[in-house]
Ligand binder design. Structure first.
Ligand SMILES: Cc1cc2nc3c(=O)[nH]c(=O)nc-3n(C[C@H](O)[C@H](O)[C@H](O)COP(=O)(O)OP(=O)(O)OC[C@H]3O[C@@H](n4cnc5c(N)ncnc54)[C@H](O)[C@@H]3O)c2cc1C
Length: 209
């Protein structure tokens, strides 16, 4: 950390070099914003961060209509990214959501709730009985279970997405500082204190840590 040459001022400081911080920095870079700096306390996409690994599922199959709309918007943005990236960023293979048919909402939603929202928002899906699920997939659900299959859902190739964003950030002349832990946000002086007694002032701040 002591050898890192930190600028005195940046236009946009971003704390955290996971998917949220890097995608924000890449979007700003693509919009032509200069003097953007990402500060990551560890290595980028390190194994203790939430963004570590090869894939993350994406779907529009949510019981909450707002989440469903957000997922639709997000899929448009992924498609835009893919149109200018040399990498494949997603793999569309469909997703099966199966289990009890009751309408109690869990952290992942509920099957009747997701079905209602998908009907309202015209999202294609198949309704599957337990028997149909075991014909199509290598699982044997309980007899009373039901499922929804969303064919256009799939997996985000998260490590490729991260590689893609890093290139966009660097190719546009913006900076990523690894091993650079932010100790304190000084909101009176709009500056960040970095471990090792360095500091950087900013015009705008994004916290993605
Ligand atoms: C096992 C697992 C499976 C998941 N599956 C899915 C899925 O299928 N679909 C889905 O949509 N989501 C999924 N998620 C959630 C998704 O991965 C996270 O929401 C996303 O990766 C969060 O990204 P992030 O950038 O906010 O956080 P992180 O990737 O954790 O990045 C935050 C970064 O901030 C850094 N940091 C922290 N403090 C400081 C500091 N003081 N100074 C500098 N840097 C700092 C950290 O080191 C870290 O690198 C899953 C998460 C996990 C863990």
């Amino acid at each position: 950390m002591n050898n890192i040459n930190i600028p005195e001022n940046v236009d946009v400081a971003i704390i955290g070099g996971g998917m949220a911080g890097l995608s924000a920095a890449a979007s700003l870079s693509q919009m032509g914003v200069k003097n953007v700096a990402v500060f990551e306390s560890e290595k980028l996409a390190h194994c203790d961060g939430s963004s570590f690994g090869e894939s993350r599922m994406y779907r529009e199959m949510y019981s909450d209509p707002v989440l469903c709309k957000l997922a639709k918007e997000s899929n448009k943005l992924w498609a835009e990214q893919e149109s200018v990236s040399k990498y494949s960023l997603r793999k569309e293979h469909g997703l099966l959501f199966y289990g009890e048919s009751w309408d109690e909402e869990t952290i992942e939603g509920s099957i009747p709730g997701a079905q209602k929202v998908m009907d309202e928002q015209n999202i294609p899906y198949e309704f599957l009985t337990s028997e149909k699920i075991s014909e199509r997939f290598p699982i044997k659900p309980k007899d009373h279970f039901v499922g929804l299959f969303e064919p256009s859902a799939g997996a985000i190739l998260s490590n490729k997405a991260i590689e893609n964003w890093i290139q966009i950030i660097r190719n546009n002349g913006n900076q990523i500082y690894e091993g650079c832990r932010i100790k304190r946000i000084d909101d009176k002086n709009d500056s960040l204190e970095i471990i090792g007694n360095q500091s950087v002032s900013f015009d705008q701040l994004i916290v993605a840590s």
